[in-house]
Ligand binder design. Sequence first.
Ligand code: EPZ
Length: 417
Amino acid sequence: MDKLIIEGGIALNGIVKAGGAKNSVLPLMAATILAEGSHQFSNVPHLRDVITMQRLLTHLGVASELTNNNLHLTSNGLQSHDAPYDLVKTMRASVLVLGPLLARWGKARVSLPGGCAIGARPIDLHLDALKKMGAQIEIKEGYVEATASKLKGAEIQFNIVTVTGTENIMMAAALAEGTTILKNAAREPEVVDLAHYLIKMGAEIEGAGTGTIVIRGMQNLKPAAHTVIADRIEAATFLIAGVITGGEVTVENCPPFLLETLLQHLKKSGCKIKTDSESITVSASERLKSIDIATSPFPGFVTDMQAQFMALMSLARGTSRITETIFENRFQHALELKRLGADISVEGHTAIVKGVEKLSGAPLMATDLRASASLILAGLAAEGTTIVDRAYHIDRGYEKIEEKLTLLGAKISRTNQ
Ligand code: EPZ
C-alpha cells in the first residue's frame, strides 16, 4: 500500500501552478456521450479518477487518450449502456453518465454508487428529476435501470443543492424535448464550466452559476474543444501548505474569484493575501488566529477544503468551531490529526479545534481524498516524521503532489513498502 513519508517543520516557499479541476473534467468527460465525434479537452490533470472515467467511457463506447494534460475523446456508437459496479464503486462521479446515456440512447444501467467514507451520498435527487423528465427508473440488484423513449423538459426543484445532480440533469436536458428549469441548482464553478462546454456543443443554457438554470433541449449536439478551469481545491491546498509551515506560496493559473470565500477566511485569521488576475499568494507574519467556519454550497466555504482548514486551525491561537453542513461524516481526519497532537473534539456536525503550539510527526492513515490532503498539510507542519498510509486516496485528486511539494522545499517521498 503506498505511503507518503514527510519530514516536517520546513517552511515551504515558491510558485506552483494549479492544474485542471478534477470536479470539472469528470462531468465534461461524461458530456462527450451526448455528441458523436471528436472532443478535445486541455488542462486535464493526470489523476486516478480521470483514468477511472476513461475506463468507464471506453466500456460505453467513448475511446480516449490523455497525453501531456490534453485529453482527446472519440464518441462513437453505443458499445454498452451499462456502468458496472466494479468501476462505479471506486468513483461516485460515475453516476454522471446516467443523464447523458438516457438523453442520447434512451437507456442506462448504472450501479448504485454505494456509501463512501464521508457519507451515504444517495442519488435520489438525480433519479427523481429524471423521472420528472419522463424516465422509467427501477432499482434492481444494486443497479439503476432507466429507460426513456424521449426525455421531456420539466420544472425541477432540488430540495438540497446537489453538484452532480445539477450536472446530470443539465446534460440530460440538453437533448430533451422542450425546456427544463432547474431550481435551487448548484452554483459551483465546475457547473458553470460544464454549461460553457454544453453551449459550445450547441446547447441553449441560461443561468449557470445562479440558483436557476434554464435549458432548452436540442435535437442533437456536436463535439467541441475546451480548456478545463483551474482546480480551486488543489490551489487552496497548496496555499495552506505555505502558510501552515510558515512560508509563502504563490499559486499560478488560478483566478482568485474561484476561492473568494476561503481567502476571506484566511485573511480573517491573519494571513496576508496578494492576488492578480491569475495568481494568489498567501503568507503570515505571525501565528494565525483561530476562526470559525461553516461549510455551505458555492459561494460559501467549500466543504472540500474543510479538512485542510482544520489542519491549519489546529496550530492557530484560540479555539475554532468548524461546522460541516454538507456531509454527515466528514471529520475522520480529526481522529488522525489528534495523533499528531492536535486538540480536537467532535460534537455532531461541529469540530472544536483548540490551537496547539506544535504538532509532532506520527504514522497516520488516510481515509478519503481530502482527509489525506489534511494529513499531508499537518505532517508538513509537524516536527519530525509523519507517514501517511493509503496514499492512493490523494492520487484521486492531486496530480504529482510530492513533486509539486518538493519544488516548494518539502521533504516528502513515496514508498510502497
Ligand atoms: C460533488 O459531489 C463533488 N464531487 C464533491 O467533491 C463535493 O464535496 C460535493 O459535490 C459538494 O460540493 C464531484 O463534483 C465529482 P452533492 P456530489 O450531490 O455531487 C446530498 C471531492 O473531494 N444528496 O452536491 O456527490 C449528499 O448526500 C469530492 O472532490 C442527496 O441527499 O455532492 C450531500 O449530503 C468529495 N441526494 C449533499 O446532498 C442526492 O441525490 C451534497 O451532495 C444527491 C446529493
